[in-house]
Design a protein around this ligand. Sequence first.
Ligand SMILES: Cc1ncc(C[n+]2csc(CCOP(=O)(O)OP(=O)(O)O)c2C)c(N)n1
Length: 625
Amino acid sequence: MNAEKDVSIYDLKLPEELKLLSFSQCENLCTQIRNILIETVSKTGGHLASNLGTVELAVAIHRVFDSPRDKIIWDVGHQAYAHKILTGRLERFATLRQENGISGFPRPDESEHDAFISGHSSNSISAAFGIARGMKLQGKNNHTIAVIGDGAFTGGMAYEGLNNAGKSDDNIIIILNHNDMSISKNVGALAKYLSEIRAKPGYLDTKYAIENILDKTPLIGKPLKKAIKTSKSVLKGMLYHSTMFEDFGFVYLGPVDGHNIAEIEKTLITAKRLKRPVFVHVNTVKGKGFEPAEKNPGAFHGISKNDMTDGNPEIISDDSFSAVFGHELNRLAGQDGRICAITAAMKYATGLNYFYAEHKDRFFDVGIAEQHAVTFAAGLSKTGMIPVFAVYSSFLQRSYDQVLHDAAIDNSHIVLAIDRAGIVGEDGETHQGIFDAAFLSTIPNVTLFSPSCYEELKMCLNEAVFDLPGIVGVRYPKGNDLSEFDKSNLNTFYTHENSKSDILLVTYGRIYNELLKAQKFLSDEGIFCDMLKMVKIFPVEEEIIEILKNYKNIFFFEEGIRAGGIAEHIASRLVDADFSGRMHISAINGFVKQASVSSALDNVGLSASKMTSFVIRELKNGEKT
Ligand SMILES: Cc1ncc(C[n+]2csc(CCOP(=O)(O)OP(=O)(O)O)c2C)c(N)n1
């Protein structure tokens, strides 16, 4: 291969042949990768700005290390597109985030180069340390590299990992991908600390400069250098501007320019040689190389396919459950000074930007720290405030014990606004909001609502904030309200459409709309069904059991995991009540792969047509027995 001529990425055997390229060829390769990123994401949607910022870093990592023998872990994993392109997924990259296509996040079942599952933030250091130690126990000498953003660094688990790994002597390299941004501007004391060290001259350069001067100072220079190096003195801290990472036990290298491949490589080679825990601080620019994204990285963090020119103006569409929630909470906060809003780094995506605009003193972005958010809310509640934590269903999974121990046992009043409840679509397994009803309904003192339209959402939120004690969750889906049913008799409990059939269809949340269509399809087939829509889904009130007891066949459709879900709660109550009919449950079993929301709902049997066939099939089976 000619050492200097630019090479098409399509002609390279990757990642091996990366190591044969000159720096200038690498730079050209990075331009090619950026073009692929921009072109693909404009068609598929995805995380654009974060990925534009990690192109050189990914190239440098794959030139210095030997994946898959060395293990590379991308925290959150939304910034690993270049890594995917460099590790055998270039040809399939156009299928990014599509059904049966490649995932938008690292997936070990997709490639041996994806060392660990990613999607939820701040776990990479723990995972890396586990892998490093496992390899060491097996006598392997390879390296484990965790790439973690400064946003992900606001999550407490990162410190649990640092605390544990820093005192080891394992081959673990933590790379801080520092761009001063989480989804929006990064927040908190640590963000400030990191920004201060980001601005300092490279540690290595300073260190070599000082050592150089001392080396050239006659008589006292060399002994002084030794004394400084071996001491834990303040002088060492001053000269080497020691960081907290060194106090944790890591060798700190950086900050380096994350868009200068030669510089990153030099630092990574040093880190590799040290063969002990090393912390490499890399400064990157979110959105690098695409002007609109560089200017407005938050807007280009995650975009849908139609947003390439302006990004996703960070403000979610007004026609969405998140925005309706955000506006309503803002309105309520205007009336009641006790209401506080909390987000874990998702101010815009959860619609809390409206609250923030008008009630800054009662708005809290706590960083990517869902566990802290719940306990902080419980603390606020102790003083008589009414905290509302708006959080995606899948990220709330992090806070199970905080809900249980810190809030529920003492019956603290906190409201959980559970956004992205149900199937979320293209982000796939890690982000589906299908577990909240099951796991929250194991906890005493929890009430759960699952509105099926905007109006119900507002009504449930009011009741949650003002009327109920304990933990009250209001769960609502991604996207907009597609309901077409009559809204004249809405309430927050249930509606029962009773035409004296002995078949009852039951559900809650947005798929009520699909079930209404199924009811119609069934009636076209001569199968007439009553319908029950639950709005308050937990605890299941006796009144609901009394209604259900009267039916011969109950069909329960649940956009949530079956094990421990609301359908199973009801089934067990019906057993207690000596129910003599049959209950048929169609809910989600297992993890749900990426696909559009409508396709994923169909794949799990929750589209109108699949629900219809389920009823017909089960009734036929019943006739046979
Ligand atoms: C536990 C958890 N909470 C929230 C999120 C949503 N989320 C995805 S990326 C992100 C910001 C990450 O910022 P950073 O690590 O600095 O990466 P950058 O995009 O800036 O490169 C957030 C909050 C998540 N993935 N996991």
